[in-house]
Design a protein around this ligand. Structure first.
Ligand SMILES: [Zn+2]
Length: 305
């Protein structure tokens, strides 16, 4: 039972198709990064780019842009309506350097009230409802006190709304501490996705976290400069060998114009076009691929009635 909330409304979990669990269709980090490449803001472009994903069998996309990151709820709705892509939107707060100024001033309870209002009433004055709390961030090698407060606010929001939680670990760090924090606040690890774990080549750690019940996101496929896809293949097959295929989700985390096909980047199709065949070549079977791309997203994203 339960449902998955897309930008066009609730759907039955079994109707969600192969899904990228950590992406951005619209984002604006250009102010802080002083780099216009980190702004995605055009609906026509997004529609053309996601067509490359859909041609390869992609059906769903979790859009993790949240408060302070240039989220565009109505633009996401337009892309979903025009392309048929199953888009799941987010609410939450990213890492400290991108927090809106009010985050430091308010209590965890007040921040939770703000997030619950978005879940219940819609995003930024639209009827678009978020389907996940994401991408909840921590800094590199540390959790700033405001980030810890946001994690408490998100746990409170989760308990009040039933939305799953997906995190941002800067360069893959602090995942264990994030899980400790959320579990300590009573969140079932089965509803937690620990982000960017492919940026930390540490299979032992991933196995430990997955055995506690959390999903491990290998979600930066194609970012060869950060970590080669060959390492992702090794980590994923390592998890599968340990019988943890039900704790792995996949994505690319496209955030830049230069990531898009039209600008010579790998585009939203890269994972299905390149990484999945590489996994098959490494011996990964269809059942495990379906688990990572379909079954796990359905299970994690399902909001209990
Ligand atoms: Zn991130």
């Amino acid at each position: 039972m339960g449902h998955i909330m897309t930008v066009l409304g609730p759907i039955a979990p079994e109707t969600l198709g192969p899904t990228l669990m950590h992406e951005h269709l619209f984002i604006d980090l250009a102010g802080r990064k002083q780099d216009p490449d980190t702004r995605l803001d055009d609906v026509d472009t997004a529609c053309q780019e996601v067509a490359l994903l859909q041609e390869l069998g992609g059906r769903g996309l979790v859009e993790v842009t949240c408060l302070g990151m240039g989220r565009q709820a109505d633009a996401m709705r337009q892309v979903a309506a025009r392309t048929g892509l199953q888009v799941i939107a987010s609410t939450g707060f990213y890492q400290k350097s991108y927090h809106p100024p009010y985050v430091s001033e308010r209590s965890a309870e007040e921040l939770a009230d703000r997030l619950v209002r978005e879940v219940e009433e819609g995003l930024d004055g639209t009827a678009v409802r978020p389907g996940i709390l994401a991408e909840i961030g921590t800094s590199r090698d540390e959790i700033h006190p405001d980030e810890a407060k946001v994690f408490r606010a998100v746990a409170l929001t989760h308990r009040r709304t039933g939305l799953a939680i997906s995190t941002h670990c800067t360069l893959g760090t602090m995942a264990e501490q994030q899980l400790d924090l959320l579990e300590g606040e009573g969140v079932d690890p089965g509803r937690i996705v620990l982000g960017h774990q492919d940026l930390r080549d540490d299979l032992e750690l991933h196995v430990r976290l997955a055995r506690r019940g959390a999903a491990i996101a290998y979600d930066t496929a194609g970012k060869e400069k950060y970590m080669p896809d060959a390492v992702r293949v090794r980590l994923i097959t390592g998890m599968l060998e340990k019988g943890l295929g039900d704790r792995v989700v996949l994505s690319m985390d496209i955030t830049r114009r230069s990531h898009l096909s039209r600008h010579g980047g790998y585009g939203y199709g890269h994972l299905l076009r390149t990484l999945v065949p590489a996994l098959r070549a490494a011996g990964v079977g269809e059942r495990d691929l379906t688990a990572m791309l379909v079954d796990n997203p359905r299970r994690i994203l399902t909001i209990p009635d």
